[in-house]
Design a binder for this molecule. Structure first.
Ligand code: UDP
Length: 373
């Protein structure tokens, strides 16, 4: 057991590990626990005995515009210069996602794509982005028709598979993560200055972050094994907030993911690291992990990704009004917990669609602004 009066961090994913390291850096003792038998949460990755790279919980690519976050994490890893691109298999074509001027050229013949390109540039301006939900309502009939094409071919069925709801039935922030781009820049995260995959993987980076004399880590440990409210300076919970309170107000809805991961005895399985399947097949996307680290082997490991309400691991908060209200009720419950400070941070605990950089930023701010005031 950790010494008395350490901080307790529940969950050794990117939020928990970032918070733990930030606390350790200012001389605070931290006990970090995780119910899994590995660190890294859903960012956990590893190399198999053939030297193939695998991200156990599906594709994770680090990208940020936040200099502070980038410099903080860069203390613990070197990054490669991988720049994420996504393509979607639409009939016989591979269309760049987010749909952009390159996709337009692939999807339509020369005359039609030129005509639409000019219209789009005149209407929105080169290098601008537009939500698909707006594009399909455009007052120009040609642009509207294009919007409907993109909506149907790229968004509709993918979103139904991913969320079990149509794009206009879910919170627009989800769909608007992938706007239509009036650009030939094919990068998925074109607005983020800093991007890459840790050269030795995310798990190694997390290992380095936890390697500090003030940090004790306990894996395969349940909250109930360590929770005694008087023993800690405060608690930072990064696990689902409803689970923390034993679901006493009811269960929040998280969309789950399961993966069918297999090795293939070939040097390259597909044309791109990630290929989305908006229309065909029950899976949403196929990821070939070696491509993230530019590994060329005689074999390669590939995951087909499926979304579900019941099967797999908890991955995405579902933003319905009911869920948001319930989350807020849980937060009120947390405020009433007066015995010691209790903080919720991260995608599952705060019920927010955080990317990795948002999760790290949240952890750093929590320690800097709320705990170490
Ligand atoms: N989306 C889609 N088709 C695509 C890619 C994304 O319909 O080819 C929608 C889908 O609803 C998805 C959302 O946009 O859940 C956000 O996509 P993003 O790539 O950000 O999802 P993540 O990588 O976080 O799963």
């Amino acid at each position: 057991m950790a010494e008395k009066k350490s901080h307790l961090v529940i969950g050794a994913g990117i939020t928990g590990i970032s918070a733990a390291r930030r606390l350790a850096d200012i001389g605070e003792q931290v006990l970090i626990i995780d119910k899994n038998n590995h660190i890294g949460g859903n960012c956990y990755d590893y190399f198999d005995s053939n030297g193939n790279y695998i991200q156990q919980y599906g594709p994770h690519i680090f990208h940020t515009s936040n200099k502070k976050v980038w410099h903080f994490l860069s203390r613990f890893t070197q990054w490669n210069d991988y720049r994420h691109k996504v393509v979607a298999r639409v009939e016989s074509n591979l269309l760049v996602v987010p749909f952009n001027l390159t996709s337009l050229k692939t999807a339509f013949d020369k005359d039609k794509s030129r005509y639409l390109e000019t219209k789009l540039i005149n209407r929105y301006g080169l290098e601008h982005s537009i939500s698909i939900l707006e594009l399909k309502k455009d007052s120009d009939p040609d642009i509207k028709k294009l919007g409907q094409f993109v909506y149907e071919k790229i968004f509709l069925n993918y979103t139904v598979k991913q969320w079990d709801y149509k794009p206009d039935q879910i919170d627009p922030q989800v769909i608007n993560r992938v706007p239509v781009m009036i650009s030939y820049d094919n990068r998925y995260f074109r607005y983020d200055k800093y991007q890459g995959i840790p050269k030795k993987g995310f798990s190694k980076m997390f290992d380095n972050m936890l390697n500090h004399p003030c940090i004790e880590i306990m894996l395969e440990t349940d909250l109930k094994d360590v929770l005694s409210f008087n023993s800690y300076k405060n608690i930072i919970a990064t696990s689902p907030i409803d689970e923390f309170f034993d679901y006493k107000l009811g269960a929040l809805q998280y969309r789950k993911i399961y993966l069918d991961t297999k090795q293939h005895n070939c040097r390259s399985y597909q044309e791109n690291s990630v290929i989305n399947y908006p229309n065909d097949h029950n899976y949403t996307r196929i990821t070939e992990y070696n491509k993230f680290l530019f590994i060329e082997n005689n074999s390669t490991v590939v995951s087909k990704e499926y979304a579900s309400w019941s099967k797999g691991f908890v991955a995405y908060p579902v933003f319905t009004d009911k869920n948001i209200n319930l989350k807020n009720e849980y937060l009120k419950l947390a405020e009433k917990q007066k015995k010691l400070p209790l903080f919720f941070a991260g995608r599952l605990a705060e019920f927010k669609y955080y990317n990795m950089d948002n999760a790290c930023e949240r952890a750093l701010k929590l320690v800097d602004n709320e705990i170490n005031r």
